[in-house]
Design a binder for this molecule. Structure first.
Ligand SMILES: [Zn+2]
Length: 436
């Protein structure tokens, strides 16, 4: 298979060359935000660091972190580095509490983003001639429009279908002969299931690759989606605070992580408790500094995503570091009777059990002073209509496997197919009823 690069020179640059570009851009960025954005200047002054102190990439660790609260505190446009008449677009992510976090882009930011997203699509083997069904939500969420501009830049055909109305999506995918599908992994499963009900054979579609992101998903989930939609599933990473989709992208030559577009986004892994930088290869919280964005650059943004960096040479020839599939988020983490539990770990267990469907919900409660966790999971039609004894055995198996992997005892409730609400965007995996 010929390798598809968008900007071959930069994507295959030896590390020394890459690092010198990163350092040059970092110095410029730190100076610019210090001079133009009061909240950055205040934070840097409080930490006793000046732009001139940044002389190597390791000096990055001297700079203070940014967290989601910094965005909320400066709502809506307080962290922008350019006057509003240079901002051509804003996006916002809905927070679960309070005000949304708002990000902005200059014309040049939008152009850079389109190019970076085109690079990402190339990693998945997409190119001119592809029909790309873009089921990411359009609107304030960065997913839809972010991918859209990249698809156009690539020269492929974009179908801007957005989320929802799944039956119509299937008709469009089939009739327009879409070759690439972009959506959240949970919505991809929803599409697969709706196809099954409507009697549409995945073989009758023209899909070859699915680019799924915006929520953590397990390797077992990948196999499930690949099988049900008859395509190759690859992972994409992004978040609005850093840019949107296209910060990192899995290539077709590895299943071990996504290439980070490091000439634009400088990654670090830190210990989420102490904030200390961790050595290469360690698992920890992912932190990003944007190197090229104009309107809304961000320095040392704590993503809350748990990952590790992989520096081994990739078979595709790209020298860009890879980040391992996100296994959870520090703020998604549930603490059940003192044990850290990530929904993705539960998913991993469920997907490895025969007869279990990829639809589940974790319900956490507090009874007296004791936390309880129960897992509701759908089982296949045939299994559900089987003897009670078999269902009991299955629920015991799942319970045992979860206890084995996570060290937590939970109740397992097997439910009929189609009981759990379907996602048209990001799936709601956890219901936490604890009042703490
Ligand atoms: Zn690669």
């Amino acid at each position: 298979m010929a390798i598809n690069y968008w900007e071959e020179e930069i994507e295959t640059l030896p590390r020394a060359g890459l690092e010198s570009i990163q350092l040059r851009r970092l110095k410029k960025l730190v100076k610019r935000v210090y001079e133009t954005v009061a909240p950055y200047r205040k934070k840097m002054d409080a930490a006793g660091v000046k732009p001139a102190d940044i002389q190597s990439l390791a000096d990055l660790a001297k700079l203070p972190f940014m967290v989601k609260d910094d965005l909320r505190d400066n709502y809506p446009f307080g962290l922008f580095t350019v006057p509003m008449d240079e901002v051509v677009r804003v996006h916002a992510s809905s927070g679960t509490t309070g005000k949304p976090t708002v990000v902005g882009y200059t014309q040049r930011d939008i152009e850079l983003w389109a190019g970076i997203m085109a690079r990402a699509l190339c990693c998945a083997g997409a190119g001119k001639g592809d029909i790309v069904h873009n089921a990411y939500g359009y609107g304030l969420f960065t997913g839809g429009l972010g991918a859209h501009y990249g698809i156009e830049r690539l020269g492929a055909t974009v179908i801007p279908v957005s989320g929802g109305n799944t039956r119509r999506q299937i008709t469009i995918m089939k009739d327009f002969a879409a070759s690439v599908l972009l959506s959240t992994p949970s919505y991809a499963l929803n599409i697969a299931e709706t196809m099954d009900v409507a009697g549409v054979d995945p073989e009758s579609l023209s899909l070859k690759v699915g680019i799924f992101g915006a929520e953590p998903w397990s390797e077992n989930m990948r196999e499930e989606v690949e099988r049900k939609l008859n395509l190759k599933a690859v992972d994409i990473y992004g978040l609005s605070e850093v840019m949107g989709p296209g910060v990192a992208m899995e290539c077709l030559h590895t299943d071990k992580g996504m290439h980070i577009f490091e000439d634009h986004f400088l990654p670090e892994i830190i210990d989420p408790d102490s904030g200390e930088s961790l050595p290469p290869g360690e698992l920890g919280e992912l932190v990003f500094t944007t190197l090229t964005k104009e309107a809304f650059p961000i320095i040392r943004y704590r993503t809350r995503d748990i990952s590790r960096l992989i520096y081994d040479q990739c078979a595709c020839g790209r020298t860009l570091v890879r980040m391992e599939k996100v296994t959870g988020r520090t703020d998604d983490m549930l603490i059940i009777r003192g044990v850290n539990v990530f929904p993705s770990q539960v998913e991993h267990v469920l997907m490895s059990v025969e007869g279990v469907e990829p639809h589940y919900q974790i319900v956490v409660d507090r009874v007296g002073n004791l936390d309880t966790m129960s897992v509701q999971v759908e089982v296949s039609e045939s299994l559900f209509s089987d003897e009670i004894r078999k269902l009991e055995k299955l629920s015991k198996t799942i319970q045992h496997e979860i206890k084995d992997l996570l060290g937590v005892t939970c109740k397992v409730l097997l439910v009929e197919p189609k009981t759990i609400q379907r996602s048209e965007g990001k799936a709601r995996r956890v219901i936490d009823n604890r009042k703490i």
